[in-house]
Design a binder for this molecule. Structure first.
Ligand SMILES: [Mg+2]
Length: 342
């Protein structure tokens, strides 16, 4: 008799995480939050510690034919800091583990670590450990970040309330468009290695893909303005997908407005050049590492004039669903695409 075999693709990434999570038991009362948010949350007296980890695989998450090692080292740290930010916490320490093959020289590893150290300085964190091992195939980088915040100021995905205002920082979709540009230039180069890549006019979008910056600046500003979001997460898989997480965890619905969605002009123009719908890129593009959060209406006046925070809609009751009002004023149902890594 053959054993039952379910393809991972049938469950999807989130389905798989849900299934594995359902078998995990929390044994210590210090563990305030385990799996299921941007970071785990641990009780540490009058503070909480947040811990998050990410695994980056060559050929899956990055391509060394266009990702410089220095940028890659920076990005590996930044994506974890972004999850610390998403909890409204401040990063303190990171550990860095890598697996590499003899394809990499000492100089290459030094370049990677120069990027890691640059990020450690930028985010004011200490590199406190890690592991280095050999890999038979590609480069693997795993970073764990530890942060902290005053107890009660940590922000989960689960706190959004009806009538809260939905906010997003920066602009969206650029990292996805940057990836399209880099992939196209790679193909051109493979076909004719004498071709010089034409990247100058795409520098913003390629920069967003290659060297994202976690929005710790916003976390510091929210603290200064005395605003604690009701729910928050970072935009790593695409706005629509992240909104679905907040809706699920907070048991609410959302109404967002197409004309409020922030998109950079270069992202818009390049999307059109690639025959992609710019709004689809904003809704479903991954790796922007901006912050998506909800605030109480009482806090609106504190953020109203902020140049880099956009108010894209409001929270509704769960049974009102998840909708986007288009520029032609029709309400369309949001779909969460997210990224399928498998
Ligand atoms: Mg996250």
């Amino acid at each position: 008799m053959s054993e039952k075999r379910t393809e991972i693709g049938e469950l999807g990434e989130f389905g798989l995480i849900d299934q594995l999570n359902s078998k995990i038991k929390i044994r210590h009362q210090e563990t305030l939050k385990g799996i299921g948010d941007d970071a785990a949350v641990l009780d540490a007296g009058d503070k909480v510690k947040v811990i998050t980890t990410d695994l980056l695989l060559e050929g899956v998450h990055f391509d060394l034919s266009y990702a410089p090692l220095h940028h890659l080292g920076f990005k590996a740290v930044a994506v974890n800091i972004s999850d610390v930010a998403a909890m409204n916490a401040f990063p303190k320490q990171i550990t860095v583990s890598i697996a590499l093959s003899n394809r990499f020289s000492v100089e290459a590893v030094e370049a990677l670590y120069a990027g890691i150290n640059a990020a450690a300085e930028h985010y004011n964190v200490d590199v406190i450990g890690g592991d280095t091992t050999s890999s038979r195939s590609g480069l693997v980088i795993s970073v764990t970040a530890i942060g902290e915040v005053e107890k009660g100021k940590e922000v989960y995905r689960s706190g959004a309330k009806v009538n809260d205002i939905i906010c997003v920082t920066g602009d969206l979709g650029a990292a996805l468009i940057g990836l399209q540009v880099l992939e196209r230039e790679k193909e051109v180069f493979m076909a004719d290695p004498n071709m010089k890549p034409q990247l100058d006019k795409y520098s913003y979008v390629t920069g967003r893909q290659l060297k994202p910056d976690a929005r710790m600046d916003i976390i510091h500003e929210l603290k200064e303005l005395d605003v604690v979001p009701t729910a928050m997460m970072d935009v790593s898989d695409g706005l629509a997908s992240e909104l679905f997480h907040i809706c699920k965890e907070s048991n609410v619905g959302v109404m967002i407005y197409e004309d409020k969605l922030p998109i950079d002009k270069q992202t818009f123009d390049t999307a059109v050049e690639f025959n992609l719908d710019p709004i689809t890129c904003v809704l479903n593009g991954g790796e922007d590492y901006e912050l998506l959060f909800t605030i109480s209406q009482d806090d609106f006046h504190k953020l109203e004039k902020h140049p880099d925070i956009h108010f894209i809609g409001h929270v509704t009751k769960a049974d009102e669903g998840k909708f986007m009002v288009t520029k032609s004023e029709t309400a369309v149902q949001l779909k969460a695409q997210g990224w399928v890594h498998f």
